[in-house]
Design a protein around this ligand. Structure first.
Ligand code: SF4
Ligand code: SF4
Length: 93
């Protein structure tokens, strides 16, 4: 399942996407993100899933453009994308 976390405003689309079919719950993104954007736990989109999965924390979803600002300024590779060995994380901007 493709899970999109973020928002759209007049300046663009700001979503972090997690491919939950690829995510194995390893928590590498949790450790890598300096802004604590990720959590690993129950899948809010799939209550029947037993395995833990990464989600984007609710507190940062509506300001993700700003929360990720320092990483974006530093340029690729983004710490979260680089840390995920399953290639489950992507950004829309
Ligand atoms: S690093 Fe990738 S595979 Fe590991 S929990 Fe995060 S999204 Fe899932
Ligand atoms: S870009 Fe940086 S702040 Fe944003 S989710 Fe990835 S590691 Fe965290």
């Amino acid at each position: 399942m493709i899970a999109n976390y973020g928002y759209q405003d007049g300046s663009g689309d700001f979503f972090i996407t997690i491919d939950t079919d690829k995510c194995d719950g390893c928590r590498a993104c949790v450790r890598a993100c300096p802004a604590e954007c990720f959590e690993v736990g129950e899948d809010p989109n799939d209550p029947l899933r037993d395995e833990p999965v990464a989600i984007v924390s609710e507190v940062v979803r509506n300001k993700i453009k700003y929360t990720c600002g320092k990483c974006k300024e530093a340029g690729a590779p983004l710490p979260c994308v680089e840390a995920c060995r399953q290639n489950a994380i992507s950004h829309s901007w």
